[in-house]
Design a protein around this ligand. Structure first.
Ligand code: FAD
Length: 405
């Protein structure tokens, strides 16, 4: 029987192991993870886990019952595809099929590395280090007004901290959303009592003396007192360890997978935050750093590994990307991919608590952002999936359900 080895015990790795069993794979499955903790889910880290309203976020999976061998605290160091061997901190591990699911790692703030009181927010350990910062209501400076920055600022305000968010761009979520769509979100910071400083760059971080706050120095000379600094300036695929393996990586260091999530090396797949894939739906390669992609992708990987009795190729992986974020008391959801859209339509007033933006291309819905309108999201997601032609007038009326012309 073929031995499947999955590297990375996050959402994508765990789901791959589980999907293999669900799809009837009976051979040995080993799940290798660098972190010592029982595999856990990341979204709660910037929400309930941070606020201490949830202890942890371990996946509710009985690995033993599923016959999945867990090797935690074991770091993959390299792959030798020709020999079908994975090299790890615990020695070589032979495989017949290898799945790369090492996720992403946060981008560090240059010059702030190793400065006491500077935090990242990616792992359970990070969240546990940040809990006392919230509990003691330190003044915090958040670097980056992206998804993580916004969610951390939300939790910190909820805990009663004074919060300043420093953002290099002129608005929040500058990499993710067009200016007109992100613009209304600027007000959310002030509403929550957080100060948002846009077009501001951190020049350096000075650590405080004993019992004293540190300081964040901005490029205009402003000095901000900070009991803690939280850096949320993006994430990069965690693939440095693949150097020299011959596995082809893209411009962002992501594994270049095909539409079955196979890599350039034989019998090696890649899934989740560490890999990009070609989307026929959107006509471009997508590198998705969201939870739903780490849930859906593994089903394709497992189907390709398990195979069909007739030997047919499984369906290509071409999802409608989806994610959500909980920030400043709002539930923000996004489905699709808007870069090739030709029309933007608003449903509702962006100054109100609930509104939706629809992106169309040649009369068909390609993406949608819903703030406090989960029904729009659910209906829109299906319409994007189906590629149904839409009536723009109907679409722009927030009182009418989102449906086809
Ligand atoms: P990861 O979760 O990064 O897991 C990869 C695992 O591989 C890690 O445990 C890592 O330790 C391990 N690993 C790395 N290198 C090695 C190695 N060399 N050897 C062995 N193991 C290794 N998405 C949403 O859609 N909505 C949200 O609200 C949301 N909130 C989030 C909040 C936070 C704080 C974070 C960090 C992410 C959030 N996300 C959210 C994104 C989502 O969690 C990720 O897209 C998802 O975790 C990706 O899963 P993954 O398994 O590909 O990668």
């Amino acid at each position: 029987e073929r031995r499947v080895v999955v590297v990375g015990a996050g959402m994508a790795g765990v789901q791959t192991a589980v999907a293999l069993r669900e799809q009837g794979f009976t051979g040995p499955v080993t799940l290798i993870g660098a972190e010592p903790h029982q595999p856990y889910d990341r979204p709660p880290l910037s929400k309930a886990v941070l606020l201490g309203t949830a202890e942890g976020s371990a996946f509710d999976v009985d690995f033993e019952a599923l016959g999945i061998t867990l090797r935690l605290g074991c770091e993959a160091l390299g792959v030798r595809p020709a020999e079908h061997v994975l090299d790890t901190s615990e020695g070589p591990v032979p495989y017949d099929v290898l799945v790369l699911a090492t996720g992403a790692e946060p981008v560090r703030l240059p010059g702030a590395e190793g400065v006491p009181g500077v935090h990242l927010l990616r792992t359970l350990d990070d969240a546990e280090r940040l809990r006392p910062v919230l509990a003691r209501q330190h003044d915090v400076v958040v670097v980056g007004a992206g998804w993580i920055g916004a969610e951390f600022a939300t939790a910190a305000r909820e805990a009663g901290c004074a919060v300043t968010v420093v953002e290099a761009a002129d608005r929040p979520l500058a990499d993710a959303l067009p200016a007109e769509v992100a613009a209304p979100m600027t007000a959310w910071y002030a509403d929550a009592g957080a100060e948002l400083r846009t077009r501001a760059r951190v020049e350096r971080v000075e650590s405080g003396g004993p019992g004293e706050s540190g300081r964040v120095v901005l490029d205009d000379g402003t000095r901000l007192a900070a009991g803690a600094v939280v850096v949320g300036i993006g994430a990069r695929p965690a693939t440095g360890w693949l150097a020299g393996s011959g596995i082809v990586l893209g411009a962002h260091g992501e594994v270049l997978a095909d539409d079955l999530l196979r890599t350039s090396a034989p019998d090696v797949h890649a899934v989740g935050d560490c890999a990009s894939f070609p989307s026929a739906r959107y006509g471009e390669r997508l590198l998705v750093h969201h939870w739903d992609n780490a849930l859906q992708g593994p089903r394709t990987v497992a189907a390709d590994i398990v195979g069909t009795p007739g030997g047919e190729t499984p369906a290509a992986y071409d999802p409608v990307p989806y994610f959500w974020s909980e920030q400043f008391g709002r539930f923000v959801q996004y489905a699709g991919h808007h870069t090739a859209a030709d029309t933007t339509l608003w449903r509702g007033d962006p100054a109100s608590p609930a509104w939706t933006v629809c992106w169309l291309r040649e009369g068909r819905l390609v993406a949608l952002l819903a703030v406090g309108r989960p029904r729009d999201l659910a209906q829109g997601r299906r319409l994007i999936q189906a590629g149904t032609p839409m009536d723009p007038d109907l679409l722009a009326d927030p009182a009418k359900p989102l449906k086809a012309a």
